[in-house]
Design a protein around this ligand. Structure first.
Ligand SMILES: Nc1nc2c(ncn2[C@@H]2O[C@H](COP(=O)(O)OP(=O)(O)O)[C@@H](O)[C@H]2O)c(=O)[nH]1
Ligand SMILES: [Mg+2]
Length: 366
């Protein structure tokens, strides 16, 4: 799973990325310092595997991970190639979801590309570039389908979809607010276009330290981000990238104290990672043993054999049964054998839909 961090130059993308990954991507006070996309792997905070690890006296605890990509500053005209725009847009097309960073902090030392702090305008600037880029994709597809439609009747239906989508985008709408007809073909075509504005998005309002404790409630810039996000059904997330960077350099004890001083219980990044996880419809199942306790990422609705396939393709190919126990139940019983005695370990087959927090032992044969 890959999330792309996008936004105008100098809004705090790299600062946020650095604190997420501590990967040391260059962060500097001028546009285009992150020309190549920087990719970082981030652990999904999960108390459950730590507790399982204690129960099993395990040697190794491995969290689930997601990937973040720091995508360099998009500017007005990116879809026409401004500021290496097309390259950046191509990078965005490869991600599963978008974190759109918006500058809501004042700092006269940090240049704003458009000369003032105005999150509503900034969001529109970026979203318009994404929309233009999507329109181009649709136009290319329309040209192709128009040629073939004379031979193939089902393509007339796709043409309707394309024209409808294009009109929606031209009116300034994001593809994710388009009302897709309830039709399997349409859904497949729509997915196939891989539109930027169809990707699930979280807006990250990057505020000054003072605005953290009340979650930006008194910051009118944040209010305008919330308004924009609401109109398209997206989430907003208030963060101070600079503070997150400082926090990321602390050890766990120092971190807890620092957060308490700020009136917070959890770092913004932990919240962001969890929010991204739920935005993408992801859950974790767990495996436990003396060698390793581990969390694995799957989409909600994944069945047991495909979940097994995340661990190893052999597990999926040779899938026989899954021994499944809820994480909380297992902890309460104190051991797997005690859970078995109580009869709460299920033996599940191919059609079993895996749930968040399932502790699973797969039986397979290859
Ligand atoms: N005051 C303040 N400065 C910030 C904050 N986040 C980032 N900056 C500064 O803004 C400048 C640009 O940040 P950077 O992360 O490189 O922006 P990017 O171009 O969006 O990647 C750097 O000098 C950062 O230190 C913040 O929350 N508050
Ligand atoms: Mg940057």
């Amino acid at each position: 799973m890959k999330l792309g961090i996008v936004g105008l130059p100098n809004v705090g993308k790299s600062t946020l990325f650095n604190s997420l990954t501590k990967a040391g991507a260059e962060s500097a006070n001028y546009p285009f310092c992150t020309i190549d996309p920087n990719v970082g792997i981030v652990a999904v905070p999960d108390e459950r595997i730590k507790k399982l690890g204690d129960l099993y006296h395990t040697k190794k605890v491995t969290p689930a991970t997601i990937e973040f990509v720091d995508i360099a500053g998009l500017v007005k005209g990116a879809s026409k190639g401004e500021g290496l725009g097309n390259q950046f847009l191509a990078n965005i097309r490869e991600v599963d979801a978008i974190v759109h960073v918006v500058r809501c902090f004042e700092d006269t030392n940090i240049v704003h590309v458009d000369g003032s702090i105005d999150p509503g305008r900034d969001i529109e600037t970026i979203n318009l570039e994404l929309i233009f880029s999507d329109i181009e994709i649709l136009e290319r597809r329309i040209a192709k389908v128009a040629k073939q439609a004379r031979m193939d009747k089902t393509l007339a239906k796709e043409m309707d979809l394309l024209e409808g989508l294009k009109a929606h985008l031209e009116a300034g709408g994001m593809a994710r607010t388009f009302e897709l007809p309830e039709d399997e073909d349409a859904e497949l075509w729509y997915k196939g276009y891989n539109l930027l504005t169809a990707k699930p998005t979280i807006y990250a309002a990057n505020v000054a330290e003072d605005d953290l404790a009340d979650d930006g409630a008194n910051n009118p810039y944040v209010a305008s981000v919330r308004e924009k996000a609401k109109a398209e059904g997206s989430e907003v997330f208030v963060v101070c990238a600079q503070i997150e960077q400082e926090i990321s350099e602390l050890d766990d004890d120092e971190k807890a104290m620092f957060l308490e001083d700020l009136g917070l219980t959890e770092s913004g990044l932990d919240k962001l990672i969890k929010a991204s996880y739920s935005l993408l419809g992801l859950i974790s199942f767990l495996t436990a043993g003396e060698d390793e306790c581990r969390a694995w990422t799957i989409k909600k609705g994944t069945k047991a054999p495909q979940a097994a396939g995340k661990i190893h393709t052999d597990f999926e190919r040779g899938f026989i049964k899954a021994e499944v126990v809820n994480y909380q139940d297992l902890l309460e019983c104190g051991s797997l054998s005690a859970a078995k005695e109580k009869g709460i370990v299920g033996l599940e087959g191919k059609e079993y839909v895996v749930k968040d927090g399932d502790v699973i032992l797969f039986r397979f044969n290859v």
